[in-house]
Design a protein around this ligand. Structure first.
Ligand SMILES: C[S@@+](CC[C@H](N)C(=O)[O-])C[C@H]1O[C@@H](n2cnc3c(N)ncnc32)[C@H](O)[C@@H]1O
Length: 332
């Protein structure tokens, strides 16, 4: 029951177009060696400068982004878009403002999956992505002002991996809907929990991953935890070979996210909960953190009752009436 995602055809078309123009073939060993060096270098840059500006002017940054980070981040945004579609999150929205858009990573999945979205305005402080994607029907601009939100009730504000570099701009709060993804580091993830509360205080409602509008249990009952999701990547052969040259693999990718709107979500059934942890075997039982309200709770399966289910982090489950609450555990 893994959540597995293939590389996007539309994003890969852009990736291949960019690499072909540079004469780099990721299916050839020499092309892969070159890309692996650039990817490793950009990964080191992000680790050393977690809030630093993506240095788009550098060739190696463009190569690493188009070949590796664009396809991976597209999967992250696509999985969030799919969660949104399950609850009707995009209903009535027609305009997108993508803040810190880079190569329009989030816009590929939005354009592919949500046909009602007609207008894409990409806010990107570097002029490099706009130049490299000038053939796309997207409007790039370098700053965002209140006057840009022309149709607030139908506007979706998107920030994918950009609030780690820049504060959320004030005009974002004029939009009806917000889709925000951040790296699943403790620092960025905790900051996102702070933004969640800020959004509630401003009158927004959470549509996902939260199934409630109360305080986040990971924020109030822990000083270290943060909410994050995980999906699997269905890696083609050349990608597996490319990752063999890297000191890291991305067979699974994690991320933190929020979907919020001014309009309240549909009422979530009371017996639903989202799994916000991986399954953890413990002495005599298996536990998996879940979220359905302000309490920090765990689904628990006692070993003597048989094998626990293989449920992936991030899905919504139904708690049967037969489940029993014992301390912070819901025993299935
Ligand atoms: C890590 S990249 C993410 C790109 C893309 N959204 C993605 O998910 O792959 C962050 C982007 O935010 C842009 N950025 C940072 N601060 C910004 C600001 N104040 N205004 C506009 N763009 C900004 C950077 O230039 C960079 O392209």
């Amino acid at each position: 029951m893994k959540r597995v995602f293939r590389l996007s055809e539309t994003a890969m078309t852009e990736s291949e177009r960019f690499l072909a123009a540079k004469g780099i073939d990721p299916r050839e060993p020499s092309g892969r060696r070159r890309l692996a060096n650039s990817i490793k270098r950009l990964s080191d840059f992000f680790i050393e400068n977690p809030s630093g500006a993506t240095p788009w002017d550098e060739d190696w940054v463009q190569e690493a982004y188009f070949s590796y980070y664009l396809p991976l981040n597209e999967i992250r945004t696509r999985s969030v878009v799919e969660e949104g579609l399950k609850v009707g999150f995009f209903k009535g929205l027609s305009e997108v403002i993508d803040f810190g858009a880079g190569p329009g990573t989030a816009d590929f999945s939005l354009q592919d999956k949500v046909t009602a979205l007609q207008s894409f305005r990409l806010v990107e402080r570097s002029s490099v992505p706009a130049r490299l994607l000038s053939h796309k029907p997207w409007k790039y601009q370098t700053t965002l002002s209140s006057a840009d939100i022309k149709n607030p009730q139908e506007t979706l504000f998107v920030a994918s991996y950009s609030l780690t570099e820049a504060a959320i701009p004030a005009p974002a709060f004029q939009a009806e809907a917000l889709m925000i993804l951040e790296p699943s580091t403790q620092q960025d993830g905790r900051a996102l929990l702070g933004l969640r509360q800020q959004l509630i205080d401003k009158g927004f409602h959470l549509w996902a991953p939260c199934l409630h509008q109360q305080a986040c249990p990971l924020s109030t009952h822990s000083a270290r935890d943060w909410c994050h999701d995980r999906v699997h990547v269905d890696r083609p052969d050349w990608w597996i070979k490319l990752e063999e040259l890297l000191p890291f693999r991305n067979q699974t990718i994690t991320f933190s996210y929020l979907l919020a709107r001014k309009t309240p979500p549909p009422t979530f059934p009371k017996n639903q909960a989202r799994l916000v942890g991986d399954s953890l075997p413990e002495k005599g039982k298996t536990r998996q953190m879940l979220c359905r309200g302000p309490e920090r709770e765990f689904a628990a399966w006692m070993l003597r009752k048989g094998e626990p289910p293989e449920w992936p982090r991030g899905i919504v489950i139904e708690i049967p009436d037969s489940a029993q609450k014992v301390s912070n555990e819901i025993r299935f």
